[in-house]
Design a protein around this ligand. Sequence first.
Ligand SMILES: N[C@@H](CCC(=O)N[C@@H](CS)C(=O)NCC(=O)O)C(=O)O
Length: 203
Amino acid sequence: MKLYDYPPSGNGYKVRLALAVLGISYEYIPLDILAGDTRTSGFLAKNANGRIPLLQLPDQTYLAESNAILYYLAQGSDLWPRSIVDQAKVLQWMFFEQYSHEPNIATARFWISIKKISPSDPEAALLASKISQGYAALSVMENHLNGRDFFVGGVLSIADIALYAYTHVAHEGGFDLEGYPATRQWLRRVSAEPGHVRIEDWQ
Ligand SMILES: N[C@@H](CCC(=O)N[C@@H](CS)C(=O)NCC(=O)O)C(=O)O
């Protein structure tokens, strides 16, 4: 398998983390999204949506969307529960991640720590609303994690991997997790799981 990725990307890191936890080896293709590497005709032929992460399977199938890739990789492993209800709960948290969490926390991090916007940039006017909606998502997580080890069924699943990716670097988007003790404990728990790799551990 080949993974097309941008090393600082949390969406890409979800896939790297799942591959590491599952012990799957792969070829890593780093791209620079700031230089437009995902908008070339060559890349658009692989993913018409022009975004990483993109996983190329041995039969040349291309899979896009980080959480869809996690779903594919987790099949038959402990990262995907057997009960249909628990499977639906894992999906519930992964959809939450894409609608309520990533668009706020990842976007604030991208603007502040990667794009390094200045107060006169148009994004700066939108930052306060990203921060308040990001904290709202963190509060939903905190309430759920209070008294639970992991998001679903008491074990690590792809719901945890999807939500860990941008939560553990939320401070790079200006978020302070001081008031989120259950979330901080969960972050430590996920990082202690066998096979864990850090976001900066790209090959
Ligand atoms: N919903 C997608 C989001 C993917 C995404 O936004 N990728 C960004 C990097 S994190 C990207 O490739 N941006 C490059 C561009 O838009 O040109 C996923 O979860 O994979």
